[in-house]
Design a protein around this ligand. Structure first.
Ligand code: CA
Length: 225
């Protein structure tokens, strides 16, 4: 699950990014409207948390441009005060929800969960499956058959990407785009390392292997060769 937070108050931005990251979200943060558009065009987000009062270009204008470009990414607007006028303008500009500052972290995460649930069921199903592998995204539990498999946050994110794209060959670059925040300094073989960890947990003790290497290209998750 990848989020973008656009907030020009550095402290609020940093603490929110850190807390959402600790909840298991992949999140990018930026502090002005023009950067927000750059980020939004460069990566695919599951939701954008967008402050209205921003330097360079305000949040409402960012939102209008995104919608004009045909983006349907869920947007949660942050408003500094409970102004009905701002809310109406925001909803008119294509916002999905809004949150009045100051907000509690619990409220923010509840809104994010609601927003990301509204996506079409096939993209955002709460359970991802392949053969006897089952991933429950809400409970964050992975099983193969009856066996519960404990994954780290990164392994969980990697498996989610593989499962959402099952039977599709993914390049390392494509996988990296999906699971790392911008600015992550990984070596060239960092995906290979995580795939190795994941194989140990997902495939090693089972006859049916699910993770396959496609030589010269990348990886694919499928049941059978
Ligand atoms: Ca602001």
């Amino acid at each position: 699950m990848r989020l973008l937070l656009v907030e020009d108050e550095p402290e609020l931005r940093d603490i929110t990014v850190r807390r959402l990251r600790s909840e298991g979200y992949t999140i990018d943060g930026c502090g002005d409207g023009l950067s927000a558009l750059d980020y939004a065009y460069a990566a695919e987000y599951d939701a954008i948390i967008l402050d209205i009062m921003l330097p360079e270009m305000d949040g409402l204008e960012v939102l209008k441009r995104l919608r004009q470009e045909g983006s349907s990414v869920p947007v949660l607007l942050l408003t500094a005060r409970d102004s009905i006028e701002d809310r109406v303008k925001g909803l008119d500009a294509g916002a999905d929800d809004y949150l009045v500052k100051p907000f509690s972290f619990a409220e923010l995460t509840a809104r994010i969960r609601a927003l990301t649930r509204r996506k079409p069921a096939d993209i955002n199903s709460d359970n991802l499956k392949l053969a006897d592998l089952d991933m429950d995204l809400n409970a964050r539990v992975v099983r193969r058959g009856d066996k519960i498999i404990i994954l780290t946050q990164r392994e969980f994110a990697l498996l989610e990407v593989l499962l959402r794209n099952k039977e599709i060959v993914l390049t390392r670059e494509r996988i990296e785009q999906q699971i790392y925040d911008f600015g992550f300094e990984g070596g060239s073989n960092v995906i290979d390392v995580y795939i190795r960890y994941l194989r140990k947990k997902i495939d090693q003790d089972f006859d049916l292997k699910l993770i396959h290497t496609v030589r010269g290209t990348g990886y694919v998750l499928r049941a059978g060769d």
